[in-house]
Design a protein around this ligand. Structure first.
Ligand code: PLA
Length: 464
């Protein structure tokens, strides 16, 4: 606490302070509001100093609410019963309740029944190694590439357990900043809002490649290819492995081939963000096809993974940073540097989520159950997507084509609503969503589709 000090010397002081006391040493003090008054007396004169408390943090301005997580805060503050939270991408049941996967519950129960099911005893809370739980790292690399992938067999993959998708991306960004100084990352326009923050904070420069075409509410494939081609050799190209956030628009398999061609020709380095494996199509393998295509071509690839959505482990912060390299020697060196970067950031990762993933992926019966549950979740999202489209297209008589809703994939629908229209959704209809027009279909129930359709039609036609 800093103090501005104001000194007053006076012959006769009668301060209006309740706790004033001047003792034999002729000194005293009193509290007045947030300030401290100090008195001293000598030769019949009383001098008074006023210390005004000023915080050292006075110069720190208020940060704006987060564009995605801030939506949930606003939602909680709304007391209207019709309210609907379509902001954050978190899976909800048809009753709009958070969902803990049965397979995750089963891991708890089985671990109680069979003590050694947990790869390490559940009550062991020792530090993990810097790179995380070995069984998790093995399972996560195999899930990503397929267990028989040559990159795994030839030990060309460096995998480090990370703090979910975000923390893993941040670790990858730190690697770029340290070992590729001056290199740029090319990110899609638009992209998940936090990508820019991650690279900004890691001091990695970025620019955008065209991705979304508002006229077709689809992929601007030509623009994307042109921009990737125009970037200087050796640029990192950030790609969403599947279920592009926020647009829900993914390249087709043929388009992925062409994207790989141009990245390869330009010696760029692909950096995949895989936050929704299994959530887009319902199939873990299909959703990893983009990454596997690049790896099969022998390209060196960075991949950040997250288990927030596909295993519903949002709060466990479990994911991984993988670097697939052309030799096992360089993979070993890269891994040593990823550990070196992680150590001063967070030392070593948490164990709980890693044990759950390792058990689910590594136990065939649980793995099969997980796949069935993921299909169920992806299926529920597809059902509400269809119902929302049916409701909007039957209610809206304007002739507008809403079929883009059905073409999008994953948790989100990018509605094309602008900021004013999104504000109307919230202020008038109590529908909470991000201001870029994205809605999370994972937070929608079949029962609320008609209501949401009315809200979208009103906002689209009556607000400019
Ligand atoms: N990458 C993408 C593309 C994401 O959409 C998200 C999460 C992450 C990484 C990081 O997730 P994780 O750190 O929990 O693993 N996006 C959410 C949540 C679901 C968020 O913004 O944090 C979203 O609503 O966009």
């Amino acid at each position: 606490m800093a103090s501005s000090v104001l000194s007053i010397a006076t012959q006769c002081v009668s301060p209006n302070a309740s706790s004033l006391s001047i003792n034999e040493t002729h000194k005293g003090k009193a509290k007045l509001g947030g300030s401290t008054l100090r008195f001293s007396k000598s030769s019949g004169r009383i001098s008074m100093t006023v210390a005004v408390n000023v915080s050292r943090f006075e110069g720190i301005p208020m940060a704006p609410p987060d564009p995605i997580l801030g939506v949930s805060e606003a939602f909680r503050a709304d007391t209207n019963d019709v309210k609907l939270n379509l902001g954050v991408g978190a899976y909800r049941t048809e009753e709009l309740q958070p969902y803990v996967l049965n397979v995750v519950k089963k891991v708890y129960v089985l671990s109680l029944m069979a003590e050694n099911l947990m790869l390490e005893r559940g009550d062991n809370k020792e530090y993990l190694p810097i790179e995380g739980l070995a069984a998790f790292n093995k399972a996560t690399a195999e899930l990503l590439l397929g267990a028989d992938n040559p990159a795994i067999k030839e030990q060309r993959i460096a995998t480090v357990q990370g703090l979910s998708g975000t923390g893993s991306l941040r670790l990858g960004a730190a690697l770029i900043e340290r070992y590729f100084p001056g290199s740029k990352v090319l990110i899609s326009a638009p992209t998940w809002g936090n990508h820019k923050n991650i690279f900004n904070d890691a001091r990695v420069p970025w620019s955008e490649y065209r991705y979304y075409d508002p006229r077709t509410v689809g992929l601007d494939f030509e623009g994307m290819i042109e921009d990737i081609k125009a970037a200087p050799e050796g640029t990192f190209v950030l790609l969403h492995g599947c279920a592009h956030n926020p647009t829900g628009i993914d390249p087709t398999p043929e388009q992925w081939e062409k994207i790989a061609d141009v990245i390869q020709q330009k010696n760029h380095i692909p950096f995949f963000d895989v936050a929704y494996q299994g959530f887009a199509s319902g199939s873990l393998d299909e959703d990893a096809a983009s990454v596997r295509l690049f790896v099969a071509r022998g390209m060196e690839v960075l991949v950040a993974q997250s288990y927030s959505k596909n295993l519903g482990l949002y709060a466990e912060r479990i994911g991984a940073m993988n670097v697939i390299s052309s030799s096992s020697e360089s993979a070993t060196r890269v891994k040593s540097q990823l550990k070196r970067l992680a150590r001063p950031m967070y030392s070593n990762p948490p164990v709980h989520g890693a044990r759950i993933v390792a058990n689910v992926v590594g136990t065939p019966v649980l793995f099969d159950e997980w796949k069935a549950e993921m299909e169920m979740m992806a299926g529920r999202i597809k059902n509400v997507r269809q119902k929302l489209y049916d409701s909007i297209s039957s209610k809206d008589k304007s002739g507008k084509d809403w079929s883009f809703i059905l073409k999008q994939i994953g948790m989100f629908s990018y509605t094309g609503l602008n900021k004013n229209q999104s504000d109307n959704m919230t202020n008038k209809w109590h529908v909470y969503m991000t201001k870029d027009g994205r809605i999370s279909l994972a937070g929608l129930s079949l029962a609320k589709c008609e209501y949401l359709a009315d809200a979208i039609i009103d906002s689209y036609h009556n607000v400019s």
